[in-house]
Design a protein around this ligand. Structure first.
Ligand SMILES: Nc1ncnc2c1ncn2[C@@H]1O[C@H](COP(=O)(O)OP(=O)(O)OP(=O)(O)O)[C@@H](O)[C@H]1O
Ligand SMILES: [Mg+2]
Length: 491
């Protein structure tokens, strides 16, 4: 037996009584206790490494007996003859379990155990004390030092193997537990990450939902507004048609009366004083001249009210459930009429010039209400841009604010694929690239709080692209102006 004289300088700091330590010739081992295979079979060697028990005892007879018993149980046995060399060995190559004698030269078993338990690298190693002492205080001391069990000398071989077996199994289980815990920790972390991801996704969806709700609310407002407008236009229509109808009669009655008056004056150039007095009082000459003009302007006024009412109805055409034929040019004109109050100019501002380049578009299948809403947003934005650009009156007269409206048919090889294009261009200040990049974002606005909601173009984009399968693009040159291009399929 070589175990009794370890020499760290010319061999490993431990010697193998039964098997060699890892790395030395003839290394390897039988199947360990509890592994289920008989020891020493080549198969078992290849498949499962044996459990290694380090026996620390200064008594060679003890070592021999213990080694024999453990080896016969299929365990690999390493030995050390004192506490310090045992610690050194354990650091060099850790066994699975340590059988530790209490009374040894040098540091005793308690101290050896204490040092091993103190070191995080060896703390988990199960240590069984071997002692001839049966005093409970001694056993307690051993357990307090960190031992998991003790074996009383002289040994009962079966008990020894059973206890070692139990502790090896416990060690295996506790290693599995650690591995499972680690796995669990990892799973937990993955789960937390996933929860965080999902939460972020949910938050994003919530935000999108909130924005969509804003869009829907704005659209509903528009559609309610549209309905109200259509209602008002309808109500205006009746009294106005009554007025226009009767004005025609009033004009012809007035003409007749004037003719009669003229004939009277001609026939009786010298009226009696009473009549002459009244004629002077009511300024007959003036009334005679002014009445036709007055009636004419009333006629113009009612015609204009009729136009406005018609435009209001065109503009506010209640949202149809299905696409209907609609003239985009009429839509543009009715929208311009609704915006007339902002286009017509004020004291310090000449009116906006409107250049129409209409290409006599055929009717297009679309939802007229929403399409007018698109025109409304684009035109209102251009007017906002004019107003933001504060220019002196003379300059405005020389180079007025200008809206250029173009419509054209884009013919495709297949007539079914024909498209229409509406361009709304202005000569306001244009936008810098960073603004242009965000104009279709919901809630993006450069306007003062309360002035713009930033929804106009987002709504327009949704209507053109999502509802009509068209495109809405913008070209803008800073300092020169902006063009919005709406393209819609004909069908
Ligand atoms: N013709 C234009 N000229 C210059 N800037 C424009 C023009 N049209 C749009 N913009 C810019 O795009 C931004 C977004 O326009 P959008 O219509 O979506 O919102 P808004 O006009 O600010 O507010 P809202 O339309 O809801 O009242 C505007 O704030 C403006 O900066
Ligand atoms: Mg707007």
């Amino acid at each position: 037996m070589s175990a009794n004289a370890p020499n760290p300088t010319d061999r490993p700091p431990y010697s193998a009584l039964v098997s060699s330590p890892p790395g030395s010739p003839g290394g390897g081992g039988g199947s360990g206790l509890g592994n289920g295979s008989p020891p020493g079979t080549d198969d078992a060697i290849a498949v499962t490494p044996a459990n290694i028990v380090l026996v620390v005892d200064d008594n060679s007879t003890n070592l021999e007996v213990l080694s024999g018993a453990l080896t016969s149980a299929g365990l690999e046995v390493w030995v050390a003859i004192d506490g310090e060399s045992a610690i050194e060995q354990i650091h060099y190559a850790p066994p699975d379990l340590v059988l530790l004698d209490v009374m040894m030269p040098g540091i005793d078993g308690y101290e050896t155990c204490r040092r091993l338990k103190e070191d995080p690298a060896t703390r988990e190693l199960p240590i069984l004390f071997m002692t001839a002492r049966t005093d409970p205080a001694d056993r307690l001391r051993g357990l307090r030092a960190g031992a998991v069990d003790y074996i009383t000398k002289p040994f009962n071989q079966d008990e020894l193997i059973a206890r070692v077996g139990v502790h090896l199994q416990l060690r295996t289980l506790s290693r599995q537990l650690v591995a499972k815990n680690e796995e669990l920790r990892h799973l937990n972390q993955t789960l937390e990450e996933r929860v965080a991801q999902r939460t972020a996704q949910l938050q994003k969806t919530m935000e999108e939902l909130r924005e969509s709700q804003g869009l829907i609310a704005a659209q509903e407002k528009m559609s309610t507004l549209g309905e109200m407008m259509a209602g008002i236009a309808h109500e205006i229509n009746n009294p106005v048609s009554f007025l226009t109808g009767n004005l025609k009669h009033a004009q012809s009655y007035a003409e007749d009366l004037i003719r009669l008056l003229d004939l009277y004056t001609k026939t009786y150039p010298d009226p009696p004083p009473e009549l002459a007095k009244l004629a002077q009082e009511i300024e007959l000459d003036f009334v005679r001249k002014d009445l036709p003009a007055l009636l004419l302007s009333m006629d113009e006024g009612t015609t204009r009210i009729m136009q406005i009412s018609r435009s209001m109805r065109t503009f506010a055409r209640a949202d149809t459930a299905q696409k209907v034929e609609f003239s985009l040019e009429e839509g543009l004109d009715s929208t311009l009429l609704i915006l007339q109050h902002r286009l017509k100019g004020k004291q310090a501002r000449p009116p906006v010039v409107i250049d129409r380049h209409y290409g006599s578009l055929p009717s297009v299948m679309c939802y007229p209400g929403p399409i007018n809403q698109v025109f409304m947003n684009l035109l209102a934005n251009a007017i906002d841009a004019f107003e933001e650009r504060d220019r002196p009156y003379e300059e405005l007269v020389e180079d007025p604010d200008r809206l250029i409206l173009t419509t054209e048919l884009i013919e495709a090889a297949n007539p079914e694929d024909d498209r229409v294009r509406v361009i709304i261009a202005d000569n306001a200040l244009g936008m810098p690239a960073e603004v242009q990049a965000r104009i279709f974002d919901k809630s993006f606005t450069t306007k003062a709080v309360g002035k713009g909601t930033g929804l106009g173009l987002a709504i327009a984009h949704q209507i053109v692209v999502e509802r009509h399968g068209g495109t809405l693009t913008c070209e803008s040159v800073l300092g020169q102006g902006t063009r919005f291009i709406v393209e819609l399929p004909m069908e």
